[in-house]
Design a protein around this ligand. Structure first.
Ligand code: GDP
Length: 453
């Protein structure tokens, strides 16, 4: 067929592949301790400040830069903003002026190399959070411990974000109970928040052992990278935020499964590399010289170069976020955000119909929805409510319900206007007019029938 001819054409070229046993290379590389995380939480609860503090205290940002940011912040009378600007600053420099949708910041402790996935300055935070969370090993949920702030966050985005990341497959959560300085480091306040959130998170499907609560202050830096000063919180003898991050180990890597990279960013028009993409390897391995299949375009491409953490590398493995330089691709203009690079032997099917097991946040009934998967936002509709399910056992409670109540788990049938690359086990979010109504797991996909040519 056409696909194989293309593959042969590509394989006769001089390619400079080192033909590495990537799994073996990875085993001996000592790269195991690397983790990606997203930062979520209600607006103003201190996400940017906390991450700025982390980067500053771990010496990712030099003193001169922070001094400059501090002077700028002082000039406009917002001294406390300096730390929050660190995140934007470092990612901007890193990307040399290229606009990206998902900004990445890296930092390292003696144990682990971390990547913070951040969606900077977007009006609607949720689609970008979904894109970020799809690439994350775990999430950091930032909660403002200040009077009334925690409570208003609960009505706001605190719960929505936690539910969303859980629905997207994130199992581990580090809850930063932030702004403890504003709560006078009161143990009662910390315990109150911990109790309320624990109950909610358990109900949302997080296991207790996978959730850590860490009191801290991004503004002062107490219990972020260093412990609380003596006397400030004598009741607390747990880890710092950084230690808690190190303890949140990344999920198992699907090294031997077929390659899957969902395209999170596309860079075109570079002089050395005319076409590059970046994204997380969800499964499999990749090396320079490999041929990949781009779905749904159905095009083959050669991997002419790879970068991980801004360094040129020979290979990349599941769990890493890589920049992939592509050559020999026809119809490169057809590549879009959310497309999937995959193994030519096992490409991802393009589907228009599927069943999903969802957790509903709002009422769900047969209706028009946007289906979000990674960066893809596809129009479609809920065609049928198959059954409501028991939350813990997954057993059928009621067949063909008329409506699914908020908080209930259900199996629904979805049809898309246009096919997207999708397979069993993918995580999708359903939204209506910018509001999240449900999220869940793709169970069965029906491949679009190949057009007869
Ligand atoms: P984001 O919207 O979640 O990213 O929140 P920001 O990091 O922009 O912080 C929102 C506001 O809270 C700013 O005025 C910060 O200076 C303030 N803030 C952030 N962290 C702390 C903290 O640990 N203690 C106190 N007292 N204020 C903080």
């Amino acid at each position: 067929g056409e696909t194989n001819d293309g593959l042969e054409k590509l394989s006769v070229k001089e390619i400079g592949s080192k033909n590495l046993d990537v799994v073996a290379e990875f085993e001996k590389s000592g790269l195991k301790n690397a983790a990606n995380f997203v930062v979520i939480g209600h607006v103003d609860h201190g996400k940017s400040t906390l991450m700025g503090r982390l980067l500053y205290d771990l010496n990712v940002v030099d003193k001169r830069s922070i001094d400059r940011l501090q002077r700028e912040a002082d000039t406009i009378g917002k001294s406390s903003f300096a730390l929050a600007w660190v995140m934007d600053q470092t990612s901007e420099e890193r990307n040399r002026g290229v606009t990206v949708d998902i900004a990445m910041n890296h930092f390292e402790t003696s144990k682990t190399r971390f990547t913070i996935l951040d969606a900077p300055g977007h009006q609607d935070f949720v689609p970008n959070m979904i894109a970020g969370a799809s690439q994350a090993d775990f999430a950091v949920l930032v909660i403002d411990a200040g009077t009334n702030s925690f409570e208003s966050g609960l009505k706001g985005q605190t719960k929505e974000h936690a539910l969303l990341v859980r629905s997207l497959g994130v199992q581990r959560l580090v809850v930063a109970v932030n702004k403890m300085d504003a709560a006078n480091w009161l143990s009662e306040r910390f315990e109150e928040i911990k109790q309320q959130m624990s109950a909610f998170l358990t109900n949302a499907g997080f296991h207790n052992k996978n959730v850590a609560f860490i009191p801290c202050s991004g503004l002062t830096g107490d219990n972020v990278a260093r412990s609380v000063p003596q006397g400030t919180a004598p009741w607390y003898d747990g880890p710092t935020l950084v230690s808690a991050l190190e303890a949140a180990e990344p999920a198992a890597r699907a090294l031997t499964a077929p390659l899957r990279i969902t395209i999170a960013d596309i860079f075109r028009g570079g002089i050395v590399h005319p076409l590059s993409i970046s994204g997380r390897l969800e499964a499999g391995t990749l090396q320079v010289g490999d041929v990949v299949h781009a779905a749904p375009a159905g095009e083959l491409a050669r991997v002419s170069g790879l970068e991980v953490d801004d360094e040129a590398v020979d290979w990349a493995v599941a769990g890493q976020i890589a920049t992939v330089h592509l050559s020999d691709i026809d119809g490169a203009q057809h590549l879009r955000l959310g497309d999937v690079l995959c193994s030519p032997q096992h490409p991802v099917p393009t589907v228009t119909k599927f069943t999903a097991k969802i957790l509903s946040f709002e009422h769900v009934l047969p209706m028009q929805v946007s289906v979000l998967r990674g960066r893809v936002d596809a129009a479609g509709h809920v065609e049928a409510l198959v059954a409501t399910l028991d939350k813990s056992s997954g057993a059928v409670v009621k067949r063909k319900p008329k409506i699914v109540q908020p908080g209930a788990v259900a199996r629904v049938r979805i049809r898309l206007d246009k096919g997207i690359p999708l397979e069993d086990g993918a995580r999708v979010v359903l939204r209506v007019e910018g509001k999240t109504v449900a999220a869940g797991l793709v169970e069965v996909v029906d491949e679009v029938k190949k057009k007869a040519t």
